[in-house]
Design a protein around this ligand. Structure first.
Ligand code: SF4
Length: 102
């Protein structure tokens, strides 16, 4: 399991970063490509919060404790099953493909 961030909801408040015992998260300015994928309201929200969002560079260390899911005030995190060798960018692509097939 790894945390998946809903960037349309994330406001970069960093509670996930504070509670995670395994340093899975970083909070930084959203990548341009990720910003372009946001919804209209997601872009408004992102701009209102300095375009900060959470990324998961340490996702391979996630122990699925769920603390980040509970801590996020925007309910922007869910835990999803993922093959450990798949990086986040690939995951987001494959997750979109799966969603389209569903
Ligand atoms: S589920 Fe636990 S270990 Fe995994 S990212 Fe969230 S807080 Fe960190």
């Amino acid at each position: 399991m790894v945390p998946r961030i809903d960037r349309n909801r994330c406001e970069g408040k960093a509670e996930c970063l504070d509670v995670c015992p395994y340093d899975v998260f970083e909070v930084r300015k959203i990548d341009d490509a990720d910003f372009e994928r946001l919804s209209f309201f997601g872009r408004l929200r992102s701009r209102a919060h300095g375009k900060l969002t959470a990324y998961t560079p340490g996702a391979a260390d996630c122990h699925a404790c769920g603390l980040c899911v509970v801590a996020c005030p925007e309910k922007a995190i869910e835990l999803v099953a993922i093959a450990p060798h798949v990086d986040e960018a690939s995951y987001e692509t494959s997750a979109l493909s799966s969603a389209r097939r569903a």
